[in-house]
Design a binder for this molecule. Structure first.
Ligand SMILES: Nc1ncnc2c1ncn2[C@@H]1O[C@H](COP(=O)(O)OP(=O)(O)OP(=O)(O)O)[C@@H](O)[C@H]1O
Length: 454
């Protein structure tokens, strides 16, 4: 039994009962009315999927005008309904006219049962796929909202940061490729998201890919997609990040971490703006705005033969250099105030304040891990705090301080964060040395930090 609601409108009672009997065998709900004037006030008209509509109602009139009139009325009230016109006077012009006005199909009376059922079935299939498209569009728009909402405000009012934000506003509306450079944790991804938010693509997706965490053998599949069976784990066709970002912005983070071989593959796609999924030979055009980011000195890498010069030219039409936190006058205080409020609320300590000597300690520290390090330092201080005032000793900015567990972290995740930030401080922000001390890889350390700062 097909789960669709059908309404038959005809002024001949025998037509109504014949169609009702015929359609009831296949469709869950079949209703009939003999007076078209009841159509617009028909209860639950919005729930009807298909209407079979007679073209002529008044006896002796067969111009089809009445049917066309009621077709327009239905479309005005419920444009989603598939309307099949029925007429005993099968004029092709009338059929064309009705279809132009939005009818789905046309049936001649007397009808052939099998042909009529096929016509109704096709109208049902059409309605079903329209519903699916509608559902997918809704889902897509919800997904876009979720993906794009992962963007925070850029806090700070230093001259150095403001000139970066000015440049961002100038170039955001253009579609040029942008390279965002700066030390780890300066906010490069935040800047890339701001570029997207201020661009004409802001209703589309922002897809971020960490090139540092993609292995050589999964690179192509991750970025360009694959077809089912192209390698052992390819259980189904999958679009890569380029396709997923189509219409929007693709952010390639840690671009300096790519091997020369991966660089060559990336260059070809950026040049040609088409991808070919692994295992396929079909070219798929992609329309993306490309933003790359790195903390490496790519010019120096080019000189050392580690980065392709032609790729660098492609990706850095405009370069946005994000300043280190120590070069942003006043931002440490503004940011620490912001993070203090954020974490004080998160950890249920809303009256927590910071005293002046603690602020001075924060201002005099060089912040090798930049904003991310300040964020973690603040989070850890809030977790470990015991009173209502944060003092200099609450901030682990020197290597001799030890972690006290009393009144401290309550979850494994919080404990992990405390240990990671302590290890980073112990090694002056050197990720490799901190990872060594913790017995994890640099990438794992990095991923954990990124995850907890999201
Ligand atoms: N100006 C800022 N205002 C508020 N939060 C910031 C600011 N800059 C950075 N952050 C926060 O600091 C963290 C690190 O920022 P982000 O990931 O953008 O830095 P990044 O330079 O891309 O880092 P990496 O080089 O490690 O990829 C994020 O949680 C981000 O929200």
């Amino acid at each position: 039994m097909i789960d669709a609601k059908i309404l038959v409108v005809d002024d001949t009672k025998s037509v109504l009962s014949a169609l009702e009997i015929l359609l009831q065998f296949e469709y869950k709900s079949v209703q009939t009315i003999s007076n078209p004037n009841l159509l617009t006030s028909f209860p639950n008209l919005q729930e009807i999927d298909i209407i079979l509509l007679d073209m002529n109602f008044s006896a002796g009139v067969n111009t089809g005008n009445e049917g066309l009139y009621w077709l327009r009325e239905i479309k005005k009230k419920a444009s989603h309904i598939s309307v099949i016109m029925m007429t005993a006077y099968g004029a092709v012009e009338l059929a064309v006219e009705a279809i132009k006005e939005g009818a789905t199909d046309f049936v001649l009376k007397p009808w052939n049962n099998e042909r009529l059922l096929t016509t109704v079935k096709s109208a049902y299939e059409l309605r079903k796929s329209q519903k699916e498209v509608q559902h997918l569009k809704q889902k897509e728009s919800n997904l876009k909202q979720v993906i794009n909402q992962n963007s925070n405000y850029i806090i700070g009012n230093s001259k150095a940061l403001n000139s970066v934000l000015n440049l961002v506003q100038k170039v955001a509306k253009t579609d040029v490729n942008i390279l965002v450079t700066g030390e780890n944790g300066t906010g490069k991804e935040l800047i890339a998201r701001e570029l997207h938010k201020s661009s004409v693509r802001n209703n589309e997706v922002f897809i971020s890919v960490d090139m540092g965490s993609i292995s050589e053998n999964l690179f192509e599949s991750e970025l360009f997609g694959h077809v089912k069976g192209s390698f052992t784990d390819a259980k189904e066709d999958r679009a890569g990040k380029f396709e997923a970002a189509n219409g929007g912005t693709l952010f390639l983070d840690e671009i300096g971490n790519l091997s020369l071989q991966m660089q060559a593959k990336l260059l070809s796609v950026i040049q040609n703006r088409v991808v070919v999924r692994v295992g396929s030979n079909k070219s798929i055009p992609v329309d993306i705005r490309l933003i790359c980011a790195t903390n490496c000195n790519l010019d120096q890498m080019v000189a050392e033969g580690l980065f392709r010069e032609d790729l660098l030219y492609r990706i850095n039409t405009i370069q946005v250099q994000v300043p280190a936190l120590r070069d942003r006058d006043g931002d440490v205080l503004v940011l620490s105030d912001f993070f203090l409020k954020k974490f004080a609320n998160k950890y249920g300590k809303p009256s927590l304040k910071i005293n002046q000597s603690a602020q001075e300690k924060l201002m005099s520290y060089p912040w090798p891990g930049n904003v991310r390090e300040l964020l973690h330092t603040m989070e850890r201080a809030v977790i470990l705090s015991e009173g209502n005032i944060l003092k200099p000793t609450d901030f682990l900015l020197d290597t001799k301080t030890t972690v006290s567990l009393e009144g401290g972290p309550k979850t494994l995740e919080e404990m992990e964060l405390v240990m990671i930030t302590k290890a980073l401080h112990d090694h002056d922000g050197n990720y490799s040395a901190a990872a060594d001390q913790l017995g994890i890889s640099r990438q794992t350390l990095y991923n954990k930090l990124k995850k907890s700062s999201k």
